[in-house]
Design a protein around this ligand. Structure first.
Ligand code: DGJ
Length: 724
């Protein structure tokens, strides 16, 4: 049960698993005292004296006393020399903010955040703390939620200008947490196009470390997530803290180590090139950040995140709904198709039992390559003479649902839209617009542009009777400027863009509740909890190579569940790496997420075509366990030649186990992989081999994994509990 208890100056947020404790100090400074395993109570003195080198005297606001105090929302300019959570430019040009506790309110439930995605749901308690700078009347409302069912705390801050003069915010973090020691490893997810979310782990060091973006999106290169793990923490054991931002734009996730080895975590909108004019009487809401705590290792941390997003963030209608097995036309045809070709591919997919056919890029304007037509969302009659309607009718007559691709946030310089509205693109007047993939970004901070984007998508969905939309976004920001903002507000553009995007998404998912939206950004370039509030799944990566996907999906699973990862079986040689992996391994790895195909089934051998039907059936039958079961990572592709994971149904009666061996070796002992998450007292039949083992044998002694000959060999097992 979640509860928030006030004991004198202490606020204690807790559930069965965690405690988070804040303390109002003398002089009304708000201190952070504890985040970790549940406590029944806490005397804050030892923690505070530890921070103060044995003496709480340091915490008076005189003599730069705040420099050692663990704080909840530190600000700049009053003696705390560390990185602050809030920085402003006051009317007098100074930057100092002096925040003191004013009041606290405890409420049932979890409120949403206006204009921003956020966790929701019952079974939660929320603490609202108001802080105030008495000189300028700047107020900060800190929101903390503790949930019944997850070892997680959600936090956000609202900055309110209750003074008479305008203020400029130059940095407002969503969370700041001071930890008493720095004996942690920092884990971040970094990469590039086709190499998203690789796992990087290194010890925390004095100074700053972390990850950040300034390209307009959460990006292919970074993820709005970081974890701290004790050096001895493994997948299955030890302490770990995870932090994630429910946001899709520029972010900063940082860990810094200061004197006395104290560590400060900060997470929020990237303050580089950010500023927000806050006129008197107005408020600025930061995105929500989430903290989870695990003492069951990194695996436990991930499962806490997965449960939190599934129970409190992902679209309610879709989170547990069946995800159709789809076939996407991109790698099957790229831009080179017409109606007959698409229908023929769809027919072949229908024969295999595929449920949804998705027409990707190339159907509008005169888009025969990526240099043109974004923004002109009228069907290309040369390719589809009967329009979207006839193609959709023909595909649906085959027993398939119809899905379509759009890149609604973009405009090609070669388009009627750009010729009519050059000012709608993000640009700096007088500078030559810099294109990325030959395109410009529409300025979604503008209401007229938001309305256009909504209309384009709504019209396309109606004309195509689509049951699915792949929402793509394929370039970074550059020449960042908006024709609609005055000079003093230009630095608001990246955040205003994301607010505009969220406004459009909100309106669309409400207007089309039966359409399944899948996000995409050159693959997984905006795959974050912010987008996942609107779209239940995201195209994990353009790289569908089985071995690369092992790494990408392993890294992604650190904070996002399998039910959010679009994951397709593609042709060989693989289009991104040239690797030829057996179809069994490509299938096994693609089952790690929402399963589909990214190939032309007509080009498969007869034997492979015959295998497709069985694959689709297997994917459907195991869907609930694979996508929503508890996931355990067993062997890391970052640590060696093998990858293994298992997802176990919530009742522990069924599991799907996957093992992949990258390179063949001669005369080596096959791995004995210790499974996790099973009921030790159950007996499990491995359906593919008919062998029966007890849960404890499989977990404590291990499952013998002898994959076949050759590179990229794999095993895919379904485990079912059987009567003893
Ligand atoms: C990038 C996406 O990641 C691909 O899957 C595909 O949709 C292309 N864009 C189409 O241009």
């Amino acid at each position: 049960m979640a509860e928030i208890v006030r004991e004198g100056n202490l606020f204690h947020l807790r559930n069965e698993q965690i405690s988070y404790i804040l303390c109002v100090m003398p002089e009304n400074v708000l201190a952070h005292v504890y985040f970790g395993r549940r406590l029944s109570r806490l005397n804050p003195d030892p923690v505070l004296r530890h921070a103060g080198s044995g003496d709480t005297y340091y915490f008076t606001t005189q003599e730069c006393g705040l420099d050692r105090l663990p704080q909840e929302y530190p600000s700049f300019g009053l003696g705390d020399q560390r990185e602050g959570a809030l920085r402003v430019e006051n009317a007098d040009g100074s930057s100092a903010v002096d925040l003191r506790f004013v009041s606290a309110v405890i409420e049932e439930g979890k409120p949403g955040l206006e204009g921003l995605p956020a966790t929701l749901g019952s079974g939660a308690q929320t603490l609202l703390i108001t802080l105030k700078d008495r000189q300028t009347n700047l107020q900060v409302e800190l929101l903390y939620t503790v949930f019944d069912d997850c070892a997680a705390i959600a936090r956000s801050a609202k900055i309110i200008n209750a003074g008479l003069a305008d203020v400029k915010i130059t940095g407002a973090m969503s969370l700041s947490v001071d930890l008493p020691d720095s004996r942690w490893d920092l884990i971040t997810l970094n990469g590039a196009w086709a190499r998203e979310r690789n796992v990087y782990r290194r010890p925390l060091m004095p100074g700053f470390q972390g990850t950040a973006t300034q390209c307009g999106a959460s990006s292919l290169q970074q993820s709005p997530f970081l974890a701290l793990a004790r050096p001895e923490t493994t997948e299955a054991q030890g302490e770990a803290i995870g932090a994630a931002l429910v946001y899709s734009g520029n972010f900063k996730a940082q860990a810094a180590v200061y004197q006395n080895d104290a560590a400060r975590l900060t997470l929020g909108i990237n303050d580089t090139d950010f500023a927000w004019l806050l006129p008197s009487g107005e408020a600025f809401q930061t995105p929500e950040a989430v903290l989870v705590y695990s003492r069951e290792g990194l695996g436990g941390m991930s499962r806490h995140f997965h449960r939190l997003w599934e129970n409190h963030l992902l679209p309610r209608k879709w989170v547990h709904a069946h995800r159709p097995v789809l076939l996407n036309s991109w790698e099957a045809a790229y831009f080179d198709f017409d109606e007959e070709k698409l229908v023929s591919i769809a027919q072949s997919a229908a024969n295999a039992g595929v449920e949804l056919f998705v027409m990707d890029d190339g159907w509008f304007g005169h888009r025969d390559d990526d240099t043109t037509s974004l923004g002109d969302w009228q069907v290309d009659k040369k390719k589809l003479p009967g329009g979207l309607g006839r193609l959709s009718d023909r595909v649906r007559a085959l027993g398939l649902q119809f899905g379509i691709w759009m890149e609604p946030e973009m405009v090609s310089p070669d388009s009627d839209l750009y010729r009519a509205h050059p000012d709608w693109a993000i640009h700096i007047p007088g500078r030559t617009p810099i294109t990325g993939r030959h395109q410009l970004t529409l300025d979604l901070s503008r209401k007229d542009v938001q309305d256009f984007v909504f209309r384009s998508v709504a019209d396309t969905l109606k004309a195509s009777k689509a049951a699915y939309l792949k929402w793509d976004m394929n370039r970074n920001f550059s020449n960042i400027g908006s024709a609609a903002l005055p000079p003093e507000q230009q630095k608001e553009l990246p955040h205003r863009y994301i607010l505009g995007l969220y406004a459009v998404m909100e309106k669309l998912v409400k207007a089309f509740p039966d359409v399944l939206f899948e996000g995409c950004a050159s693959g997984g370039g905006r795959f974050d909890p912010g987008m996942l509030y609107y779209v239940p799944q995201f195209w994990c990566s353009d790289n569908t190579d089985a071995l690369c996907r092992c790494r990408i999906q392993y890294g992604t699973s650190l904070f996002l569940p399998a039910s959010t990862m679009g994951s397709h079986l593609s042709a060989v040689p693989n289009h991104q790496t040239g690797r030829i992996a057996p179809i069994e391994t490509r299938f096994a790895v693609a089952l790690g997420g929402c399963f589909g195909y990214e190939l032309d089934p007509r080009k498969l051998t007869e034997e492979e075509q015959a295998a497709l039907q069985g694959q689709v059936k297997f994917a459907q039958e195991t869907e609930s366990t694979r996508l929503h079961g508890h996931q355990y990572r067993l062997l890391s592709p970052f640590a060696g030649n093998e990858t293994a994971w298992i997802t176990v149904s919530k009742d522990q009666k069924e599991a799907v186990f996957t093992y992949v061996k990258a390179q063949a070796e001669a005369n080596t002992a096959p791995a004995l992989v210790k499974l996790q998450g099973l009921n030790p007292e159950n007996r499990y039949r491995i359906m593919e081999t008919n062998e029966v083992y007890s849960g404890d044998e499989l977990m404590y002694s291990g499952l013998l994994c002898k994959a076949g000959m050759g590179d990229t060999a794999s095993l895919l097992y379904t485990l079912k509990a059987v009567e003893a």
